[in-house]
Design a binder for this molecule. Structure first.
Ligand SMILES: Cc1ncc(COP(=O)(O)O)c(C=O)c1O
Length: 464
């Protein structure tokens, strides 16, 4: 069998998989026992003997796809992972095939040019390319996901306030200020950066969990008086559980007054910058020192693909200091290296995935999708709120809706467990505002309000 034949077989299988899912003919999620799946997929035999081509490949794909979670199914409402534009997936194929590990320009000029252009496009959306001459230029790098992006941005923040930390280790008085509703990758980054989870200082919030700028100012003053040095304040540009945005402009003003780095975790919400209707939610973002932006959430690119953007390019260049004579040396080249801006050494052509996802329909198509999904979330919240015994956590600002049925937290978990077991709907849960909620993340442009109605009927049935 030739590669071409097997590639056609694979594409045919994927197209059939997606179409079946879109028609809702199959469960959105199924979870066979690991041992059963390992046996059915004949993994051990294939690893030992090979032969994964032709008919064996076809058989393998059928079984593999049968036990894959179907993001293309309109009842996929669980996690903030995109339903990729099919053409975006082609980029993954091209990257896997060419294998141009482009952290250094010479290993992948096209891939580097695409990443550079995508980063510039993102920075222009933030408003950084139009800065006055003489002010620092922005810069960025793409990483494997938002968690690594947050770590990278906070490393740059640490380098600014403790430049000797890289060589001497971390002073004991460093802390990190964030919202109690920050994604867990923020406290994880604090632990990795040597600040420790005990070095997390939570900013006070309003009753919906958004950082209160006046209280933040008080906190930063108290920290200074007690000799603690915040490496950064982290604001949510879309929180994970509820999808709410912190008031970035006011937070930025407080950070500037106190000389503290502002990092905006826009993993989910930064894509809102594309939407003329909802961009105001990120008002003031251009005053942040760093931002992260996941493309594999709302830009519809395949996983994993996130941007770290910094307002001053020197900040990212100063984040890492490494001797690697075989890679880092003076060389005349017509392009740029990314290697000194990232944890990774060998680097995938992540920009290609974003480029294929966005360039297929253009940025207006993505903006339209973001607006549609947000409108759907608002309509879903109205529908759910109107149902007896159902409470909606907050008016949605993005495509995320949290609701609960009357009863304890354990009931919400039980309902989700049963839904997942039955496989007709796939949703998640989240803790917020002191309680557990059923959580819908509308990532699939095929999901409609009728699907939400059908889910509600199912939830009501399971409650009784
Ligand atoms: C606000 C926020 N930040 C960071 C992350 C982590 O991103 P990733 O899953 O790409 O590592 C998430 C994931 O959902 C998130 O919601």
């Amino acid at each position: 069998m030739s590669f071409r034949d097997d590639a056609c077989t694979t594409v045919d299988a994927l197209v059939a998989y997606a179409e079946q899912a879109r028609r809702g003919e199959v469960p959105v999620v199924c979870q066979p026992q690991l041992a059963v799946l390992t046996r059915d997929l004949e993994l051990e035999r294939l690893l030992a003997e090979g032969g994964l081509e032709g008919d064996q490949l076809k058989q393998f794909l059928d079984r593999y796809l049968a036990a894959s979670t179907r993001l293309q199914h309109p009842h996929y409402m669980a996690h903030q992972v995109s339903v990729p534009i099919p053409h975006g997936s082609l980029a993954a194929l091209i990257d896997g095939f060419t294998n141009n590990a482009m952290a250094i320009y010479e290993m992948g000029p096209s891939a580097a040019a695409v990443e550079h252009a995508v980063l510039n496009w993102m920075m222009a959306k933030v408003g950084w390319r139009t800065r006055d001459a003489g002010s620092p230029r922005g810069a960025g790098v793409l990483t494997h996901g938002g968690s690594l992006a947050n770590l990278t941005a906070l490393l740059a923040a640490r380098a600014r306030c403790a430049p000797r930390a890289w060589t001497d280790g971390v002073p004991g008085n460093l802390v990190l200020v964030c919202s109690p509703s920050s994604h867990y990758s923020i406290s994880r980054a604090a632990a990795i950066l040597g600040i420790g989870e005990r070095g997390i200082r939570h900013a006070a919030t309003d009753k919906l969990g958004r950082i209160d700028p006046a209280a933040l100012s008080d906190l930063l003053r108290q920290l200074r008086d007690s000799g603690e040095v915040p490496i950064a304040v982290v604001a949510n540009g879309g929180s994970t559980a509820l999808g709410l945005f912190d008031p970035i402009r006011d937070i930025a003003a407080v950070c500037r007054e106190h000389g503290v780095w502002l990092h905006v975790d826009g993993a989910h919400g930064a894509s809102t910058l594309l939407s003329p209707r909802f961009r105001h939610l990120l008002d003031g973002i251009e005053d942040a020192d760093s931002i992260i932006w996941d493309a594999h959430k709302m830009l519809r690119s395949p996983v994993l693909c996130a941007a770290v953007l910094v307002r001053d390019e020197n900040a990212l260049d100063n984040a890492f200091h490494q001797e690697a004579g075989y890679l880092f040396h003076d060389k005349e080249q017509p392009g740029i290296d990314f290697i000194h801006r990232t944890v990774e050494c060998t680097k995938a052509a992540l920009g290609l995935k974003i480029f294929f996802a966005v360039a297929h329909g253009g940025e207006r198509a993505i903006a339209g999708m973001i607006e549609r999904q947000t409108d759907l979330a608002k309509a879903a919240a109205d529908l759910l709120r109107a149902a007896p015994g159902v409470e909606v956590a907050v008016e949605p600002e993005t495509n995320i809706v949290c609701f609960r049925v009357e009863g304890p937290d354990t009931l919400q978990l039980e309902i989700r467990k049963r839904l997942t077991r039955e496989g007709a709907f796939y949703i998640s849960t989240a803790e917020a505002l002191g309680r557990r909620w059923l959580r819908l993340a509308f990532m699939n442009p095929d999901t409609t309000l009728d699907d939400v109605s059908a889910l509600l009927s199912e939830v009501v049935e399971l409650r009784s």
